[in-house]
Design a protein around this ligand. Structure first.
Ligand code: PRT
Ligand code: ZN
Length: 595
């Protein structure tokens, strides 16, 4: 073809692309950036939620980090900026039902290097004549040169827009990481107007939050890494038109981090097991740090659900069950469940009643037992002897509603209720009130303050409550019921022991009779704790039927007997059994009982 010939459309496009490429931030550019800010580098990391209609994180084309962290992780500020960008996006016309999906965030330097060198080897084979430097730039386009890469800082993200009403990704002209097409260049001309518009909108909402775009990949944005620093400084310089003084002003905010370092920043050593997926999860609200916390987590654990409590955050997920746990103040639990912010909650019945919650009580859990008491000073000359004496008196409490209800029921009309939040017991001592209404468990606190119980207003223990709407949602209800089934199974099992004993054949009938003498024991139940638990009677009764097996070689004199008993029952019957020469009584925990 002669030089006078008009260039073809293809050739024209090629020159356009070359011009574009010359403007990309190159690896060589990034190697010049070496000014760090060590303060900002201390910033922690954040696990992007994997579901919802805001910013969510889901791997799409690149899944090389998925084994280490099934969630996408970024620096905390990056997440905040993404959330802002998402909010702004929703306000743009035509993007109301759209959300930003982060398809890639943090990558470990180790994996970055591996990917880089894999591709380098491949390119070396294909382009043997290129110099090392040229090769480095070519590979860098696809996978950043390890020393300067942004993803290992937690500052770079790959993002796309998803329309959750229509259930589809918007058209961007190419797939993310479709490296075989030059149309991945931001300014590529070869895409539909629709795709161009989507790219423009994505770029504008991201850049408005301070992200730097990368012209070589429409989906890649960064904040705080070398590329961001270089890009921001170059833009500043261009604006100033001052090309002599090339001193960079923006420092690199984030250094690269090893995966082990990050896991400490986010979830201590438990991070790796902090797995989640995209299943529907129900959200459980529990007390963050108080009397109920330990028992709550322990019941979940014994029900096979381990919750990793992130010390800093207030939301945790579980591996083994589609559950998300929200750690909050106990007074907020029933309110959050009522509002549907949490689907279920574990809370004291006292709080549930005081807040007049309209959620459903699904299960009594048998711990956190206490009662709401009306208490008065314990002195002989007290002018309060019976409830009616409270007329004209002051009651200090943080349970106004329950106190008022109680007084109304007892027809005591003339009482001043003083709301106080803590140290209620002290109120009578300092003559701030004549009586109090407060939670009592051992009564030690009352005694200490020389108070005594005049009436009990409410017996309380922790309960599992569920939001009414969640209960009507079939999928959620299904998960809630599974959770309750597991908890019930544990609570039931917890009361019983599997018992093995060696019985002389001669006394077998008497032993069986003793073991079958159940009713009495079932009813005169020992610890109050156990009373609450709604034992699945049929299962237990079946299991209690003794199983008798012969003992090899001693079939004539001995047999082995297996049954299920309460621990208290074992102690109770022990002497009687020993008298009948029963030997080797062994008992074991039961992990669960399923009907
Ligand atoms: O910070 P946050 O708001 O989450 O916690 P909180 O301080 O409001 O609640 P927290 O942790 O004290 O109690 C949480 C729940 O535990 C309560 O809502 C009850 O359902 C239950 N519970 C069980 C108790 C007690 N026992 C109890 N003894 N809550 C409080 N007490 C108080 C009691 O009022 C007294 O001041 O503990 C003190 C000691 O009680 P005695 O009777 O054992 O001396
Ligand atoms: Zn990227």
């Amino acid at each position: 073809m002669s030089s006078s010939e008009k260039i073809s459309v293809e050739q024209y496009k090629e020159t356009q692309l070359q011009r574009l490429e010359s403007g990309f931030v190159s690896c060589a550019d990034l190697l010049t950036v070496n000014d760090y800010d060590d303060e900002t580098d201390k910033e922690g990391f954040y696990v992007i939620p994997s579901a919802g209609d805001g910013v969510i994180g889901r791997y799409r084309s690149l899944k090389d980090m998925e084994n280490d962290t099934p969630n996408i992780i970024v620096r905390k500020s990056v997440y905040d900026k993404l959330c802002n960008a998402d909010r702004i996006l929703k306000r743009k016309s035509g993007y109301k039902n759209c959300q930003i999906i982060v398809t890639y965030g943090y990558r470990s330097p180790e994996i970055q290097a591996k990917l880089y060198f894999d591709i380098l080897a491949e390119k070396k084979e294909n382009y043997p004549s290129l110099s090392d430097e040229e090769l480095r730039e070519i590979v860098h386009r696809e996978i950043a040169f390890p020393d300067v890469a942004g993803h290992p800082t937690g500052g770079a993200v790959d993002v796309i827009i998803f329309d959750y009403k229509k259930g589809k990704f918007l058209d961007f002209g190419t797939e993310i990481c479709q490296f075989d097409s030059k149309n991945i260049y931001y300014a590529s001309d070869d895409i539909t107007p629709e795709a161009k518009k989507n790219r423009r909108i994505l770029r504008s909402v991201m850049c408005e939050q301070g992200f730097a775009p990368y012209d070589g990949e429409w989906w890649h944005f960064c904040y705080g890494d070398k590329e961001w620093a270089f890009y921001s400084n170059r833009r500043e310089l261009r604006k100033k038109g001052d090309r002599k003084d090339i001193k960079t002003e923006k420092k690199v905010l984030y250094r690269q981090k090893e995966f082990s370092e990050i896991s400490e920043i986010i979830y201590n050593d438990k991070f790796k097991t902090h797995v989640t997926d995209n299943r529907l999860r129900i959200r459980l609200a529990v007390q963050k740090d108080g009397r109920l916390t330990e028992k709550t987590l322990s019941i979940l654990k014994r029900s096979g659900i381990e919750v990793m409590q992130d010390k800093r955050g207030f939301l945790a997920k579980t591996d083994d069950f589609p559950l998300e746990v929200l750690f909050v103040r106990d007074d907020d639990i029933s309110k959050l469940v009522d509002a549907g912010v949490a689907d279920i909650g574990i809370v004291g019945e006292n709080v549930y009643r005081e807040n007049a919650s309209n959620s459903i009580i699904k299960k009594y859990l048998g711990f956190g037992k206490c009662f709401l008491a009306l208490a008065i000073p314990n002195k002989p000359d007290s002018d309060i002897k019976v409830l009616q004496d409270l007329n004209g008196k002051r009651i200090a409490t943080s349970y106004r509603r329950l106190t008022e209800e109680f007084l109304k029921e007892k027809d005591i009309k003339d009482v001043t209720i003083i709301d106080i939040a803590g140290s209620v017991e002290v109120a009578p001592l300092i003559d701030y009130a004549d009586a109090i209404v407060d939670i009592v468990s051992t009564g030690g606190s009352l005694r200490q303050n020389n108070l005594k119980v005049l009436a009990s207003i409410l017996n309380s223990q922790s309960i599992l409550i569920a939001n009414r709407k969640s209960e009507r949602d079939i999928e959620k209800k299904n998960i809630i019921d599974q959770l309750i089934q597991r908890i019930s199974s544990y609570l039931t099992a917890k009361q019983f022991k599997r018992v093995n004993m060696i019985v002389p054949k001669a006394s077998l009938l008497q032993v069986v009779e003793i073991i079958n003498k159940r009713e009495k024991i079932e009813n005169m139940d020992d610890s109050v704790e156990d009373n609450i638990i709604d034992v699945e009677h049929n299962t237990i009764i079946d299991m209690k039927l003794p199983v008798i097996t012969p003992i090899y070689g001693h079939e004539e004199e001995w047999c082995s007997l297996q049954t299920v008993m309460k621990l208290s029952e074992i102690w109770e019957k022990m002497e009687e059994l020993k008298r009948l020469n029963v030997a080797n009584i062994l008992f074991f925990d039961i992990e669960g009982i399923i009907n």
